[in-house]
Design a protein around this ligand. Structure first.
Ligand code: GSH
Length: 267
């Protein structure tokens, strides 16, 4: 039986946080899901599964309007909403399905805690763990803005204001990461890789999904937020760290296929 179950749309850099941690510390994660637009044909549940139109009729009482990122009715069971009161994916569960864990950073923390005895990814002391939390928190602040930006692009509700706010959020995030790596530090916290580094890589990968909308930005005369040349020049330490980890053996199986697709302009 897997140590942790996750239901999500796929691919999703938010769940890659946990699967990268699992590759490093040896825990077993079961991932279920499908492409974003297919999740309206799924039952959102611990036993998540695809459902037919006939099933949908039977589940009409639990058809619920989506809030963020899905332009569709979603079939979320009552027990799913008990476990996941905000009704979002990625949605993680304990092996018996009784405990729901939401927010990708918390799912990442779960993966780290489960494999702590094998490979510590969550700091060697209370202070290190708390500093790691600090990076996870600033990453979530950045992630919220990057989500607004990406959804606006996807839904063609895009404008200069959102783009400018996202540029500001990216500058704040990258400048802090770059500064944290000054003096040749090998990792964001302490001397070894931690979930702070994993979270940084996955959030950078997430904003890079902007590349699927390059044409839209160009048509609007807007420069992209994710500009690899500018990022490498302005935040060299952060960029070097990102690049090195993208090629790391625990990261590459998740990150490389997505980055290759995005580099080709696909999502
Ligand atoms: N900060 C959250 C974001 C989760 C989130 O907003 N998920 C959206 C999809 S992008 C969702 O599940 N929406 C379901 C709905 O609208 O009903 C995380 O990192 O897990």
């Amino acid at each position: 039986m897997a140590d942790l179950h996750i239901f999500s749309y796929l691919p999703n850099p938010r769940i890659m946080k946990a699967t990268i941690a699992a590759r490093l510390n040896g825990i077993d994660i079961e991932v279920r899901g499908a492409k974003p637009r297919e999740l309206s044909d799924w039952l959102w549940d611990f036993e998540a599964r695809s459902i037919s139109d006939k099933d949908k009729d039977a589940f009409k009482d639990i058809a619920r309007a989506s809030r963020t990122g899905f332009d569709a009715v979603l079939y979320k069971t009552d027990s799913f909403l008990d476990a996941h009161p905000f009704g979002t994916v990625p949605a993680a569960f304990s092996p018996d399905g009784n405990v729901g864990i939401f927010e990708s950073n918390s799912i990442l923390r779960t993966a780290a805690r489960l494999g702590e005895e094998c490979v510590p990814l969550y700091g060697a002391t209370v202070y290190e763990a708390s500093r790691i939390d600090s990076f996870l928190d600033v990453s979530l602040v950045f992630a919220r803005q990057s989500q607004i930006h990406l959804l606006a692009l996807t839904n063609n509700r895009f404008g200069t204001e959102i783009r400018d706010e996202t540029v500001g959020a990216m500058e704040t995030y990258m400048a802090g990461i770059n500064r944290a790596l000054a003096g040749g530090r090998p990792a964001l916290v302490g001397e070894r890789l931690s979930i702070a580094d994993i979270c940084f890589v996955c959030e950078t990968c997430q904003i890079s999904r902007e590349r699927a909308h390059t044409e839209k930005l160009r048509a609007l005369g807007l420069a992209p937020v994710y500009d690899e040349t500018a990022l490498a020049r302005t935040y060299p330490l952060a960029w070097k760290h990102f690049m090195a980890l993208c090629h790391h053996e625990a990261f590459a199986p998740d990150i490389a296929p997505l980055m290759e697709k995005l580099a080709a302009g696909r999502n």
